[in-house]
Design a protein around this ligand. Structure first.
Ligand code: NAD
Length: 353
């Protein structure tokens, strides 16, 4: 197949890990007979430096011509002055809104080889393999807010409409159908009106998915269960802020921030794929960044936007095999053990492919 992919390297380690991911994609293309055309554009701090805008119009236009976007990371100390008129992260919020990306998918699994990096008992980690679906363009982060300055009352509003909940629920149910057929809907229906609407709507959507087993868990209890019985979860669907917090909590189960991919999806096949971590300015330019989160994001892109399931699974299997062989970037190194850099790890994944 032919596919147009927009690349957004961004800042910090972004260019290093995205270059590595393109090498992996090139290997996939040559092995399976595809043609991937890349269009590299600006976002984040580098875009501010070059154009004054964290998300230039040219980037948006190029994205509109693409089948998918592969993004690395944005931000860094150079642009982190809170009083600055423009900030790199504004580019991220804007691009999600522009493309109507309302569902954020974050898979989290544990790697037995990395168990020593996880602050939980190894027996609790056996079989942890979950997908968190976070609603991304509604809820508390997008409701009406008032900030009246020093000393005066301020508020934020958690607001949802039925269609907003329905569309993210459909994404979650469909994902559960392709996985182990279990969906946990997270809410706070015992206190919040918007969360009672959330629960009623999810129950109604469930009528279309008789093959999925649905349960409801309050967000506070869910935070606890993620640590006490993480292997019991298959797919979790949650309100924007709840999903933000729970997915960061769940990320510790993988052993390193560098391992985790994500996808932001709208109603069609188009999507934006990026690792969960930031631009890691402390290690930028050293050639030691862990590229796994970026590789697994590329695999999610192959699966969701390009419908290339075999190729996606092959990338995931290659990463697993390289880890099984013992290759470790510095963030996941065994204490006192040898480490490899980004380039060497990438070559190992390509060799497995
Ligand atoms: P971070 O995720 O960049 O780094 C946290 C720690 O994890 C650092 O010690 C870093 O070295 C390490 N780390 C992260 N990714 C790694 C990888 N692939 N390999 C090895 N180690 C890795 O978070 P931070 O330090 O809080 O933020 C740095 C900058 O990134 C800030 O400007 C922040 O705003 C931005 N940020 C961007 C995104 C994004 O682009 N989506 C997300 C989070 C933070």
């Amino acid at each position: 197949m032919k596919a147009n992919i927009m690349l957004l390297p961004g800042d910090g380690i972004g260019p290093e890990i995205l270059t590595a991911a393109v090498q992996v994609l090139d290997k996939v293309a040559s092995k399976y007979g595809h043609e991937f055309a890349y269009n590299e554009q600006l976002i984040g701090g580098i875009a501010i430096d070059k154009t004054g805008n964290p998300l230039p119009e040219e980037t948006l236009r190029a994205g509109e011509q693409s089948d998918a976007i592969l993004l690395a990371s944005v931000g860094g100390p150079k642009w982190s002055d809170p009083s600055a008129p423009v900030r790199p992260e504004q580019g991220l919020l804007k691009i999600r809104g522009h493309f109507g990306l309302f569902a954020n998918l974050r898979p989290v699994k544990t790697y037995p080889a990395l168990a020593q990096h996880v602050p939980l008992r190894p027996d609790l980690l056996e079989g942890v393999d979950m997908l968190i679906v976070r609603e991304l363009t509604g809820g508390l982060y997008f409701g009406e807010r008032k900030e009246q300055g020093d000393g005066a009352d301020s508020y934020d509003t958690m607001y949802y409409s039925v269609p907003e909940v329905e569309r993210v629920a459909h994404v979650a149910f469909k994902a559960a159908q392709k996985r182990r057929g279990k969906l946990t809907s997270v809410d706070k229906a015992n206190v919040l009106a918007s969360m009672r609407l959330w629960r009623r709507t999810v129950v109604k959507v469930a009528e279309d998915y008789a093959d999925v087993e649905l349960d409801h868990v309050l967000v506070d209890a869910c935070a606890m269960y993620l640590m006490t019985r993480p292997a019991s979860f298959d797919v979790i669907v949650a309100e924007n802020m709840f999903g933000d917090i729970l997915s960061d909590e769940a990320s510790v189960l993988a052993g390193s921030l560098g391992m985790l991919p994500s996808a932001s999806l709208g109603s069609g096949t188009f999507g934006l794929y990026e690792p969960v971590h930031g631009s890691a300015p402390d290690i930028a330019g050293k050639g030691i960044a862990n590229p796994i989160g970026q590789f697994l994001s590329a695999a999610m892109m192959l699966r969701h936007s390009l419908n290339l399931e075999t190729e996606a699974s092959a990338v995931e299997a290659a990463v697993d095999a390289v880890l099984d062989d013992g290759a470790r970037t510095a963030d996941i190194a065994v204490k006192g053990g040898a480490t490899v850099g980004t380039a060497e790890f990438t070559q190992a994944v390509i060799a497995k492919l």
